[in-house]
Design a protein around this ligand. Structure first.
Ligand code: MOS
Length: 750
């Protein structure tokens, strides 16, 4: 299977609107029966296997490699090194825009981080390649690695995130703090985190003359195709990237990294198809991670508890060779009204791989610090944390002053609090215990994520037999994109879902934009919506200009489409089916094209964000400091929900990552070698079923007329942002101990 074709699922014979239905995943049966084929499952004729050797030091130079020993090993075909590799057409060290990941392509003998590829052994079998890589016996010249935020001088980054200024402000923060009746000044630390997708990064690359076919898990098929073309000096038309299924992405599969490029280089070097799959331990280095942060929050309030100033400063890390800067402080742009706000960043360059987008980039790290500080201030002020947030509720986006396109955070507070049973929460900590003597605490955190859109196009086709077809690149990393986009497609073509074939998962289809920034449903969905509208308009033009049609003379605006029929708007009894119209006109297909992109005028005028409120209950063992999250209720307002079942699953996934952020995960670097000590899924702690409590995700009804024609904001990332802070606050409420460093460990609470 090299593309995704979903069609004719009889379980989905349903009329009327498909959007809004809580359908199960259309690709679910393929997955549970093993028919879903992932990149590393591909096995083209003549395949060779490539295995990377990666550096065990973090900074220095490779002095020697025993290439002869590896080459002599039975089954080894070639050994690619910085001295023996095909030409590439870009400089891997040039980072000229935020969406170009710098990467290692064996360009020189420098070692810039532990885990950097230093050679690739290519062999007839995976075993031979693995054994060959083990014979390289690298020797290094090693320098002292810089591994923490304190190891090296900092600088102001040229931009943060996808290109925002490193500093933003309004009003006079110092004056606001000086005049405050109460102040807090607190510093929070968050650790390095990795994506930990179940499916490892992998590639199968094959050249046929100048034609390059690539199977690789990617969140951005068309973007990937363009990047491969650029790197290998090809026309994009000569490159086909296929990715019908991904086993998780979380931002780690958004941009093409070095090892993936090495797979193509190995295919070029040998003239044979090559498969390169990163081993689990190799995923902790070249593929991006969440930057560690140290964030200082300074808040001032007047006697009533109204903010007079809010300053959020984030120190973050990047690599020595790239320019990704985690926009952690930007979380304070949107949530709280204050006459003076300043957000700022400083960065250090470390001998690690480059940090990258990780689910809820910026907001995940930033909001745990902001929400913790807000909670500390509410407590200092003797106020209920929810009441404190309502008092400082931003009616407009605080720094820009723009109105929100929609913001139903108040309703999130109300519905979440009601479902959780927040009322009657004691203000002071250590007031609640369960029957087993565990300390019980309740906390709340605000969730926020921008409503992002990329640019995309899609095609929607009506067939003469009354069925339809949608074509768009699309990427489903498990979030349910195939299903939600097919639902939008069925509605766009005014057909029941079982009459619409959905084709996606390869770069040969129209580029519907990347799956990232929680913007895939909005972008690809809007493109599909518009493509369907275009096809229907063409069909309506045929009918309304045909004297034999009951719709003759109605004009395009005078007809509506539903369930495969066009009808007169003023008299729905007068109409005919799509098939009849097309048969009479003698056309086999009517194709519509559509674009999906943000409306710049609306963006100019409005601030667009999804919001939510997460309520957490934790229980803490007073002797052992062990924390369990026992209840989580999130209420989210993210515009229109295309599929409530899948949206719930996205919220739950985000909320579980919030538990992880607050309590579990942290990548630890060996101070001597710079290697990740816990580079596997048993030592890198993430929540299991036993750590995930009963959860509820409430979808607060929100109609947004400005964000896009579908009213969709996106649900993929926001769940983390409220949850981590809510749990930290609940831990304080249970124990009286404020977490200033994450994850919260038992020893901090004893
Ligand atoms: Mo997301 S971190 O933009 O895939």
């Amino acid at each position: 299977m090299t593309e995704l074709v979903l069609s004719q699922n009889p379980a989905h014979t349903r009329h009327g609107s498909s959007s809004g239905q809580p359908l199960t995943r259309l690709d679910g049966p393929l997955k549970v029966t093993g028919r879903a084929i992932y990149a590393a499952d591909q096995r083209p004729e003549g395949l060779l296997y490539a295995v990377m050797a990666v550096s065990t030091i973090a900074r220095g130079r490779v002095v020697s490699l025993d290439v002869a020993a590896a080459r002599a090993h039975p089954g080894v075909v070639d050994v690619m090194t910085s001295e023996h590799r095909p030409k590439i057409f870009v400089d891997p060290d040039v980072h000229d825009q935020p969406f170009n990941f710098c990467f290692q392509a064996l360009q020189d003998d420098r070692v810039r981080y532990a885990g950097q590829p230093i050679a690739v052994v290519i062999a007839q079998s995976l075993e031979a390649a693995t054994e060959g890589a083990g014979l390289l016996a690298p020797r290094y010249e090693s320098e002292t690695a810089r591994l923490t935020l304190d190891d090296v001088e900092s600088f102001t980054p040229p931009f943060v995130g996808v290109g925002h200024p490193a500093m933003a402000q309004k009003g006079d923060v110092e004056a606001g703090l000086a005049s405050a009746a109460r102040k807090i000044d607190a510093t929070y630390e968050t650790p390095m985190q990795f994506h930990n997708a179940m499916e490892p990064h992998a590639i199968v690359a094959a050249f046929e003359g100048r034609k390059l076919t690539i199977d690789t898990p990617t969140q951005a098929l068309a973007f990937g195709r363009a990047r491969f073309a650029e790197i290998f000096g090809l026309s994009p038309d000569d490159v086909l990237v296929r990715c019908p299924f991904l086993g998780g992405g979380f931002g780690g599969k958004g941009l093409m990294s070095g090892p993936i490029v090495l797979g193509v280089m190995a295919a070029k070097l040998t003239g044979r198809p090559v498969k390169l799959v990163a081993a689990r331990a190799q995923l902790y280095g070249p593929f991006g991670h969440r930057s560690p942060t140290r964030q200082r929050l300074r808040l001032g309030v007047d006697a009533e508890g109204r903010l007079t100033a809010l300053a959020h400063h984030a120190k973050i890390a990047t690599s020595t060779f790239d320019a990704f800067f985690e926009a952690a402080a930007d979380a304070s742009h949107t949530l709280y009204a204050s006459p003076a706000i300043r957000t700022s960043h400083e960065a250090v360059r470390l001998d690690t791989g480059t940090p990258m987008f990780v689910r809820a980039p910026g907001e995940a790290s930033g909001s745990i610090a902001l929400e913790s500080a807000i909670d500390e201030m509410a407590a200092a002020q003797g106020m209920d944390p929810l009441a404190f947030r309502l008092l400082n509720y931003a009616e407009r986006e605080p720094i820009s002053g723009k109105p929100f396109s929609s913001k139903r955070l108040r309703e999130c507070f109300a519905q979440g609090a009601e479902a959780f049973g927040w009322q009657g929460r004691p203000l002071a900590p250590r007031q609640m215990q369960d029957k087993d003597g565990l300390l019980v605490g309740w906390g709340v955190g605000v969730a926020t994520f921008p409503a992002v859109m990329f640019q995309g196009v899609a095609r929607a086709v009506l067939h003469a037999d009354g069925s339809g077809r949608i074509e768009a690149t699309g990427q489903d990393m498990g979030q349910g994109a195939w299903t939600a986009l097919a639902q939008i497609g069925a509605d766009a073509l005014a057909l029941p879902l079982d009459k619409v074939e959905f084709r996606s998962g390869t770069s040969k289809y129209p580029d519907a934009g990347m799956a990232g920034g929680s913007g895939h449903t909005a972008t690809a969905g809007l493109a599909i919506h518009n493509a369907g509208g275009d096809a229907i308009a063409k069909l309506a033009a045929l009918a309304t200009q045909d004297p034999q049609s009951p719709l003759y003379g109605a004009g395009n605006a005078g007809v509506i489409a539903r369930d495969g029929r066009l009808m007169r708007r003023d008299d729905e009894a007068r109409g005919e089916s799509f098939a009849v119209i097309m048969a009479r006109a003698g056309v086999a297909e009517i194709a519509g094209e559509g674009k999906g992109a943000a409306d710049p005028a609306a963006q100019q005028q409005y601030a667009m964000h999804a919001h939510g409120a997460v309520f957490a209950e934790v229980k803490v063992d007073p002797d052992l400091g062990m924390v369990r999250t026992t209840r989580l209720v999130g209420a989210f307002a993210a515009g229109r929900i295309i599929n409530p079942r899948l949206a719930q699953s996205q919220y739950f996934g985000g909320m579980i990552w919030g538990i992880s952020f607050a309590l579990h995960e942290e990548a630890l670097l060996d101070r001597r070698t710079g290697r990740v000590l816990n580079a596997d899924l048993s030592e890198y702690l993430i929540p299991t079923n036993a750590d995930a409590p009963a959860m509820q995700a409430i979808m607060v009804d929100e109609r947004d007329p400005h964000v896009n024609a579908l009213g969709v904001k996106g649900v993929g990332e926001i769940g983390i942002t409220g949850t981590a802070g809510a749990i930290a606050s609940a831990v304080w409420h249970a124990t009286g101990v404020r977490a200033r460093k994450f994850p919260i460990r038992p020893e901090m609470l004893m």
